[in-house]
Write a protein that binds this ligand. Sequence first.
Ligand code: G3P
Ligand code: MG
Length: 243
Amino acid sequence: MSTLIYAHRGASKQAPENTMPAFELGYKQGADGIETDVQLTKDGIPVLIHDETVNRTTNGTGFIKDLTYQELSALDAGSWKSDTYSDTRIPTLDDLLAWNKEKNLKLNLELKNNIISYPSIEKIVTEKLKDYNMVEQSVISSFNHNSIALLDSLNVEVDYALLTSKRTSDLISYSKDIHARGIHIRYRLLSNRFVTNAKQNGLYVAVYTVNSPLSISKVLRLGCHAMFTDVPKRALEIKQRNK
Ligand code: G3P
Ligand code: MG
């Protein structure tokens, strides 16, 4: 099985992260999938943005949880990257799913509920995937492992995976207990031993954030299920060369 290339927050090296232009660029560059971060506005709308506040990536200030969708949608989410993107808005999950209808890319929806807990985010996101008939090509992940365990109890058909930057001894057994499909690990945790162990336990391994040629090559060499990269074009070129 060949390693899937996910555009991390879209093709986020070139275009403003987690925006439609970044997703579009990832698609054009040939990525297999899009990784994006989901948070909830004050009025419960799932939106795609990495930080808990709008401060870094828009011209506004404040926490997502304190802003209504209407307030949020007035913000410029592109100029911080380049003037070319000044008309860019924070997308909703609906925007991404509607856009993906014809493209059918794989999706990794990362619930950003490890710092702020968003009530019912698990249910809101899975219902959206069902509405758009996009359960099959999607995987939900989170650094909040209780949230992932909750998906198990919700009994939905969607795949889910633990996300971690730390090696803990029970990662694999816990993933199995909650019927996760895989584990998404930070690159520095990657080893042949870990991948083999996970595979033997029926779990796939995906790796973030993989941008340098050396790290891209290592992820490919170890036969990981997927990588998340800000530079999908580069990853695809290396994958092609190594075929
Ligand atoms: O989902 C993989 C990766 O995106 C996790 O870290 O901080 O880039 O969302 P972060
Ligand atoms: Mg993420």
